[in-house]
Structure formats: structure tokens, C-alpha cells
Design a binder for this molecule. Structure first.
Ligand SMILES: Cc1cc2nc3c(=O)[nH]c(=O)nc-3n(C[C@H](O)[C@H](O)[C@H](O)COP(=O)(O)OP(=O)(O)OC[C@H]3O[C@@H](n4cnc5c(N)ncnc54)[C@H](O)[C@@H]3O)c2cc1C
Length: 444
């Protein structure tokens, strides 16, 4: 029997077994929650709880310690170690090894003097200033939500959890820190030939240039190992962006027989069992796939009931936040750091959902919370962004994109984008300087 699933953008969606309609919160299974008290207060110092110990969360903890030497800082993270998504495409072709990407989280927690609790955040009760976790409840004075993204399979499959789980398990997107990266690398190494489709999420999504980098890494592996592979990049956008000219040159000059970029290919229907995908640019059969669904803010932003709505009252899927001070519009004790952040400016929408921005905003938020606790004026600051993308395996050559921001006379944030489209080895050297600088900032 052919099982076909329809795209359900307008239909009620279900995630983690609970309804997600309009701005209704996603909720964690009740069985996960413990009602005991986790970490009773030690004294009168302010307590800042950080949900999520990835780029944004650990950067926040480290910089808060500088700002507030006496504060109680608690990081709640489900994973036992830190896995860097930045540089993970390079890891696919062994430019870096696993030790480069993975980091012990206990060492920075001890060095900077914050609590690190491995647990699942399962609920947030803002009226009581309590975070519910699988290990018990934690109360806070300030809360930082730094949970990254959720894969919104419900946009494709509605309440069909079986279809979502089958897709996640067989064609993982490998876009969050998890075992999916290993599954992707194994898929690439075991692939004997045929067609791989890669769906890109509609914007805004995590690290916009990185799916194209991933396609280049796979294509390079297939080229040097003479594997007869075709990679179809199914892109909902009308063209490759950012660094469009640099990527198109790489596709045409380095991988002309392997990579095909298909623009305007929004997914209409997906049949993971029969390996068939229907898009607005045509229908495609595949042998293997990297199926990236729509990205949205992490579930914890839904738990906190802080997801924004658009003019028509529909959920934006991202946090509703003050674009200059990064706290929730409706609750200034809750900050949103990293990819879960909502739109910043009508001129460009969201800040790029990048590790660089997550780290930068974390440092600003740490300063802002420090200023508030000390009773000082809170200074609004803007980030910048920088991303290097490897496109060739031999010689190792990268391209890059930079973004700067300034406040315009209209009182809104404006963005300037500079694409560096000419691939050079120097840009990869700069990437290593960037990555090592970041790891030094909050992990070592
Ligand atoms: C392939 C790839 C390449 C990339 N390359 C670059 C690059 O070159 N440069 C760049 O700047 N950015 C890059 N990025 C983007 C970067 O990884 C993200 O922007 C960054 O990780 C965002 O930080 P974050 O803290 O918001 O989310 P994350 O780093 O994902 O951290 C979120 C954390 O929250 C935890 N969490 C979530 N929910 C819960 C819960 N309920 N309970 C407990 N813990 C929870 C997660 O386990 C995770 O550790 C890349 C991403 C990918 C996928």
C-alpha cells in the first residue's frame, strides 16, 4: 500500500503528543516531570536559570559569571557533552575529527563556577517563576531560554507521529546537536550510488549557508571516491543564498555532474516509505535523503507560552521578544538567546541563526542582566555575524559571509551583508581561528 502524506501547513499540528494550534504551547509528556525541588536556594544572591547548554546557553553562563560574581547560575541541559554543529560539515570529510567538535561541559562549569544539571526541561511556569525539569523544579529571578530549534515535522505530517518518526529515523536532518550527525556520516560513507535529495527548510532557519556547504562536502566525497551519486538540493527559495555566486561557482566548476540546485521547490507532499517527494518545482524519487523540515523555536519557548503571532494571529514559530533588549515582550525576566529568537527588524527579519550570533547575544544579555542587578542603566547593543563555508576538499577552499548591524534614523535595526564569493584556503584558516576563539571563549 502506498502511504502518502499531505502537507498540512494550515492544519492543526501535533508535537510530542500535544496540540499545537496557533500560539498554543507544545507540552512535554507529563511522565517526564518530577515535582521535587532541584537545587534549593543557598542565600539571597540572584538566581539565573539557563535552559539549554549549547552555544547560547554556555556562553551566557560564562559571561554572567564575569558580570555577577555572586549570582547563582544554573544551566539545564539534556545532553551529556557539547557537540558543535559549526565545523560538523567539515567533519563529514575528516577535515576535523570528533575530538575537535566535542567538549566536556563539566570543566567550564567548574572553572566559571556555575551549576550544570543534566535534565530535560519539561515546563515553564512564568507566573511562579519556576522551570519544571525531569529532575525537579527550579525557581529563578531571571530565566534565559537558549534551547536552539525544534524540527517541526508537524508542518509536513500534521498529527501523524509515525510518519514524522519514520522520517526522522531514516532520513535525519542532522541539524541539532545529536546522534543524527553520525547517522549522516555513515549514510555518506555507505552510499553506493543513486540520488540523494536534500530539502532546505523555508527561511528563517538555522545557519542558512550550511546546507549548501553540506552538499559540497558530500559531493567532494562522492567525486574522489568515484561514486555515481546525484545530489538534488530542493530549495524553497528562488535562488542560492547567502553567498549565492560563490556556491553556484562551486556547484558548476567542482561538482557539475553531482549537484543540482532546484529553486522554488517548496515541499507539498512527502512519502518517506516510498521515497518520493512532491514539490512546487516537480516530483522526485530518491534513494537516500537529508530531510530538513521547517525550523521553529525550541519546545521550551512554547512551554513558556512566548511564541509570537503575526498580523493574522497565526503562530510565527519563534519567540516574541524585544528586538533591542532580547527579553520576552510580555515578561522582562525572561531572555531569549540564540536560534529561538524572533524577528528583529522589518528590514531583514531575523538575525542569522548562527553560533556567532548566539555567542554575541549571550554576551550582551549577560551585560544587560548585570546592569539590571546592579541598578544601572541597561545599554542596548547590536551583534554582528560571520560564517565560513568550505566548498572544496582538495585544495581546502572556503567562501564566507559577513553581516553588520546598525540602528537607522527610523529607529529600526538595519543589516549590511557582504558575501565573499571567491573560494580561498585563507578563509578556511580564518574559520579555524574563529572556531578556536569561540571554544576558548566559553568551553575551555
Ligand atoms: C551543519 C551546521 C553547520 C553550522 N555552521 C555554523 C558556522 O559555521 N558558524 C556559525 O556561527 N553557526 C553555524 N551553525 C549554526 C549553529 O550551530 C547554531 O546557530 C547554534 O548552535 C545556535 O545556538 P543555540 O544555543 O541557540 O542552540 P544549540 O547550540 O542547539 O543549543 C541548544 C541546547 O539546548 C538543549 N535543549 C533543547 N531543548 C532542551 C530541553 N527541553 N531540555 C534540556 N535541554 C534542551 C539542546 O540539547 C542544546 O544543547 C551551523 C549549524 C549546523 C547544523
Amino acid at each position: 500500500m502506498i502511504r502518502r502524506r499531505s502537507l498540512l501547513t494550515a492544519a492543526p499540528a501535533v508535537a510530542l503528543g500535544m496540540a499545537l494550534t496557533g500560539q498554543r504551547a507544545v507540552a512535554a509528556p507529563a511522565a517526564l516531570t518530577s515535582d521535587s525541588t532541584l537545587l534549593p536556594r543557598g542565600g539571597k544572591s540572584p538566581r539565573i536559570v539557563i535552559c539549554g547548554g549549547g552555544w547560547g546557553g554556555l556562553s551566557s553562563a560564562r559571561h554572567l559569571r564575569d558580570q555577577l560574581p555572586d549570582a547563582e547560575i544554573i544551566v539545564l541541559e539534556r545532553n551529556p557533552f557539547f557537540w558543535s554543529c559549526p565545523m560538523s560539515n567539515k567533519w563529514l570529510i575528516d577535515v576535523v575529527d570528533t575530538a575537535f567538535l566535542t567538549h566536556d561541559m563539566m570543566a567550564p562549569a567548574i572553572k566559571y563556577g556555575y551549576h550544570l544539571v543534566q535534565c530535560e526541561v519539561t515546563g515553564i511556569e512564568r507566573d511562579k517563576k519556576i522551570v519544571r525539569t525531569s529532575k525537579g523544579n527550579v525557581d529563578y529571578d531571571f530565566l534565559i531560554l537558549a534551547g536552539g530549534i525544534r524540527n517541526a515535522y508537524d508542518v509536513w505530517f500534521g498529527d501523524d507521529v509515525a510518519a514524522a518518526e519514520y522520517t526522522r529515523m531514516h532520513f535525519p536532518s542532522a541539524y541539532i546537536p545529536s546522534a543524527e550527525h553520525l547517522a549522516l556520516k555513515n549514510m555518506m560513507r555507505n552510499f553506493k550510488g543513486g540520488t540523494i535529495v536534500m530539502t532546505l527548510p523555508p527561511p528563517p532557519h538555522r545557519c542558512p549557508p550550511s546546507p549548501y556547504e553540506r552538499a559540497c562536502m558530500l559531493a567532494w566525497h562522492f567525486k574522489v571516491n568515484r561514486i555515481p551519486a546525484k545530489i538534488l538540493i530542493l530549495d524553497p527559495k528562488p535562488g542560492v543564498a547567502p553567498i549565492g555566486a560563490g556556491y553556484r561557482a562551486a556547484f558548476d566548476e567542482l561538482y557539475p555532474d553531482i549537484i543540482t540546485h532546484v529553486p522554488n521547490a517548496r515541499v507539498k507532499e512527502l512519502d518517506p516509505w516510498n521515497k518520493r517527494i512532491m514539490t512546487e518545482a516537480g516530483d522526485f524519487d530518491f534513494d537516500e535523503a537529508i530531510l530538513m523540515p521547517t525550523h521553529q523555536a525550541a519546545e521550551m519557548v512554547y512551554y513558556a507560552d512566548l511564541i509570537g503571532t503575526d498580523d493574522k494571529g497565526n503562530s510565527t514559530g519563534w519567540a516574541d521578544m524585544d528586538p533591542r533588549f532580547y527579553h520576552a515582550r510580555s515578561d522582562d525576566s525572561v531572555y531569549i538567546v540564540g536560534d529561538s529568537m524572533g524577528a528583529i527588524s522589518p528590514h531583514f527579519g531575523h538575525y542569522p541563526k548562527s553560533a556567532h550570533v548566539a555567542n554575541y547575544i549571550a554576551r550582551i544579555v549577560a551585560r544587560n542582566i548585570g546592569q539590571r542587578v546592579r541598578g544601572q542603566e541597561v545599554v542596548a547593543e547590536l551583534p554582528d555575524n560571520l560564517c565560513y563555508m568550505l566548498v572544496n576538499g582538495d585544495p581546502l577552499e572556503a567562501i564566507s559571509v559577513e553581516f553588520t548591524y546598525e540602528l537607522g534614523p527610523d529607529g529600526l535595526v538595519h543589516q549590511t551583508q557582504i558575501d565573499i564569493d571567491v573560494r580561498t584556503p585563507d578563509l578556511l584558516d580564518e574559520d579555524f581561528v574563529w572556531a578556536n576563539g569561540m571554544f576558548n571563549d566559553f568551553l575551555l
